[in-house]
Design a protein around this ligand. Structure first.
Ligand code: CDP
Length: 806
């Protein structure tokens, strides 16, 4: 080795592979305003479409008069349900096996429902056209409260389902009932409750909220009549699924559909569903022969595209007097709005709600979920969560605190007593999941040590005494939460969307000079895939991450994949990337063996190439192998160096974490201050620690928003009360607390690189942590459970109800 020969550390550093805090390569364009979003795409002759929407939550549409609108200069077409019927698209299938009106067909079922689509030369003219459309409504009694939706006298919402006693998920009990889903052993669970020393029961609601990404939902469709081809630019988290669904519904051959999801400004589940805007812009393009763009505004986004949560969970725990849990019983009333458009894998009408046993060793459990229709917007998306995991984590984490309170035990101690132990993994849960790996005790103890949990409890006890003595009007809460996520949908035997199996894919093509391109079936919406996918490849095959271009989102070039949501990208596509890289490495090894004139088994991998075992000077680097693969491959070997992998994971991955929140609340004003927030996450092997930290910061900020104020609220008539950012809480840098992050590493045993997902974990663990802090603060005043969101007003109301303010 001479002085110029790079050291092992230098060679490794050059790769910027896994474990490196590589800077996000996509940020070069994002921070310079050079991103290419749907609204940046402008096609020649492009028209603009916008919706006439219903002011009422429940009404009969007696007539729609489009005459005046069509006379507005620049308005080219007004599409109604009658137009859509001519192409059999007045209703569309939902992801949950229901059907949904694309445009009002005789009735409207929620405020701001799409009634007609006006197509014009520009957006302003489309708006003039909207104002000229005359719709005659007859108001009907709205059903807003999910708790009375199944009353005998409740109004019939879905007249199209009259006489249908069975839905996509079995029998329907009432005209507003969608499904009942049960999991677990009811008899054994009931028996555990009969034998229990202690039981708790609480109705724990997770209110309706909305993902509200920075960029709203949008599409631009262009139908080429000559070629019979449809090109769709859209804000799609799963472009390939969109292509297949369009092919099936619109009967256009799949190879004649080109779906392109360019840069996306946040998704959080909002961009998984299929919305009337997508369908109408496609039909409008077919009708007019011109490209048609649809861009939602903020109010439309908040009030009509997919909401999240709205789960009302009656939760019971049975336990011994020493605090060992013996049974869990949960009934969920799920408000799905006007259509069941939940974005869950087909077999899971309540998503992965059956992860509700959480991180605890419940011997028996039973879960029942009833879905009901109401006059609210449809949806039920996994807002930064893996199919209802957030609801499940909130439910169990609140319930564990309530049990601790009843037992007079410390909430952290109760958790430590009931955790699944490290040696129990792989662990079979009472509700049917096989947890792949975990070390909960270590994580919890690390959290307790780092924050000085004992010291904080002591301080809290002193503050409570001071409050009782009247020396302060401030109360202190310690929120503990420990969550287990389930991410990486999924094994195709368990998970599909409309029959499309849930796997993912990667194609890597290396070029002769030693750089390459990786095309992946996922679609980043800000998570930094262009950065991290290249890091996996860099470590696997020794090509620097900077020399790998990552492409996603174009169905013409990327291999078929199921997209990005539910933190599935790393568990599924991340594995496909590693497997494709390993196929390349296997071919590279054959090439190296031939060139170095040894048997393949005599070679070993060394950072960025192969070396002959025992002969450190006999090496062949990957860059050279790339050249040889194209220009001088071994006799009989095909030239080229590329591989594709379709990965169907054997199981989900189960990230987990231990969080703590310290909060002070002024009882006279309800004003709270998050004094400290500590988040320990375990996502197995960490690909990019900086990106993970960013994901955790983002997820915690959303969790903070949801727990402390963010809500889609309706009045009794079905008016949306929080339809703009004036009323819908989006924390800015001013309100957002400072985050302290930490980690442990428990690799997934079945994932090729041991990685688990992380993007959603902080939302899953964060919401119960904030809520537990508020509830813990009030608990010494006699309160058991205060419903979210915990804004100032509700905190003040809680203090008033407890008699501590006049
Ligand atoms: O599916 P989605 O991309 O939303 O979530 P994810 O798989 O949890 O990944 C979010 C981001 O964190 C990606 O850029 C991942 O590569 C990165 N990540 C990581 O660096 N290490 C992990 N163990 C998990 C995710």
């Amino acid at each position: 080795m001479n002085d110029m020969t790079p050291t092992r550390e230098q060679r490794e550093a050059k790769l910027e592979g896994m474990g490196c805090k590589r800077k996000r390569v996509e940020d070069i364009r994002f921070t310079q305003g050079r991103g290419q979003y749907v609204d940046d795409v402008k096609l020649p002759g492009m028209l603009h479409g916008d919706f006439v929407r219903s002011p009422y939550a429940h009404a009969r549409v007696k007539s729609i008069n489009t005459e005046k609108a069509l006379k507005v200069p620049g308005v080219l077409a007004v599409i109604t349900a009658e137009t859509l019927k001519t192409v059999n698209l007045a209703w569309m299938p939902t992801l949950a096996g229901d059907v949904q009106m694309v445009l009002a067909d005789g009735k409207v079922l929620f405020q701001n429902q799409e009634v007609a689509f006006v197509v014009a030369t520009d957006r302003y003219t489309a708006d003039d056209g909207i104002n000229a459309v005359e719709v005659e409504y007859e108001q009907l009694e709205p059903q807003i409260d999910p708790f009375t939706a199944m009353d005998p006298g409740a109004p019939v919402l879905r007249e199209d389902l009259t006489g249908k006693n069975t839905g996509a998920h079995g029998p329907r009990k009432h005209h507003n009932h969608i499904f009942e889903w049960t999991v677990g052993d009811k008899d054994l669970t009931d028996a555990a409750f009969r034998k229990a020393d202690v039981t708790i029961k609480e109705m724990i609601s997770y209110h309706r909220t909305h993902p509200s990404p920075l960029e709203t939902c949008q599409s631009l469709c262009s139908f080429d009549k000559i070629k019979g081809e449809l090109t769709i630019y859209g804000t799609f988290q799963a472009p390939h699924v969109v292509r297949t669904v369009v092919a099936l519904i619109a009967k256009i051959p799949e190879h004649k559909i080109h779906v392109i999801a360019p840069d996306i400004g946040g998704g959080f589940g909002n961009k998984v569903g299929v919305y009337p805007g997508y369908v109408c812009s496609a039909v409008a393009s077919i009708v007019t022969g011109k490209p048609v763009k649809w861009v939602e505004d903020r109010i439309e986004n908040l009030t009509s595209t997919s909401f999240a949560r709205d789960y009302h969970m009656t939760t019971e725990i049975a336990a011994t007097k020493e605090g060992k849990v013996t049974g869990l019983r949960v009934h969920v009333l799920a408000d799905h709005g006007a259509f069941d458009a939940c974005a869950d894998p087909s077999k899971w009408p309540a998503g992965f709600m059956n992860i509700v046993t959480g991180s605890y060793d419940f011997p028996v459990a039973h879960l029942a979920v009833d879905g009901v229709y109401t006059n609210k917007a449809p949806g039920g998306v996994a807002y930064r969560c893996s199919f209802r995991v957030t609801e499940a984590a909130y439910c169990i984490e609140r319930a564990m605190d309530i049990l601790a309170q009843k037992l007079g035990m410390d909430p952290a101690e109760l958790r430590l007593k009931n955790f699944i132990k490290a040696e129990q993994f792989p662990y079979q849960s009472a509700l049917g999941w096989e947890y792949d790996s975990g070390d909960y005790h270590t994580a919890m103890k690390q959290m307790m040590e780092k924050v000085d949990y004992a010291g904080l409890r002591k301080e809290q006890a002193e503050k409570r005494e001071a409050f009782r003595r009247g020396e302060t009007r401030e109360i202190m809460g310690l929120g503990v939460s420990f969550f287990t996520e389930i991410v990486g949908a999924g094994p195709s035997k368990n998970c599909d969307i409309l029959g499309i199996a849930m796997f993912d894919s990667c194609e890597i093509r290396l070029h002769p000079t030693g750089s390459g391109v990786a095309r992946v079936g996922t679609k980043s919406q800000g998570q930094g895939h262009e950065t991290t996918w290249a890091q996996i490849i860099a470590t696997e095959i020794g090509i620097p991450a900077d020399d790998i271009t990552v492409e996603e989102g174009n169905t013409d070039t990327a291999p078929y994949g199921l997209g990005t949501y539910g933190s599935r990208s790393t568990p599924v596509a991340g594995a496909a990337i590693a497997m494709a890289a390993r196929k390349i490495k296997a071919k590279a090894q054959m090439i190296a063996a031939y060139k170095l004139e040894v048997h393949e088994d005599d070679l070993e991998w060394d950072i960025d190439g192969f070396r002959v075992k025992g002969l450190p000077e006999k090496v062949l680097g990957m860059k050279d192998i790339c050249w040889i693969a194209y220009n001088a491959p071994p006799p009989g070997m095909e030239p080229g160096l590329e591989a594709v992998s379709y990965y169907d994971p054997p199981n989900m991955t189960y990230p987990f974490g231990a969080y703590l929140c310290v909060m002070d609340i002024d009882v006279d004003t309800g004003v709270y201050k998050v004094r400290r927030f500590y988040a320990l996450d375990d996502c197995g092997t960490r690909i990019n620690p900086m990106i993970i930290e960013g994901q955790v910061h983002g997820g915690l900020t959303e969790a903070f928003a949801i727990a402390m104020g963010q809500e889609i609220r309706y009045d009794d008539t079905g008016n949306v009360m929080s339809g703009s950012f004036m009323d819908f809480f989006i924390p800015t840098a001013v309100e957002t607390p400072k985050w302290e992050t930490d980690f442990t590493v428990t690799p997934s045993p079945h994932h090729p690189i041991g990685a688990k997902g992380v993007g959603e974990s902080p939302n899953v663990g964060g919401v119960p942590c904030f809520s537990n802090a508020v509830n813990d603060a009030f608990s010494f005043l006699g309160s058991t459970h205060i419903q979210m969101p915990h804004d100032y007003w509700r905190n003040w109301q809680a203090a008033k109800a407890l008699g501590v303010v006049g």
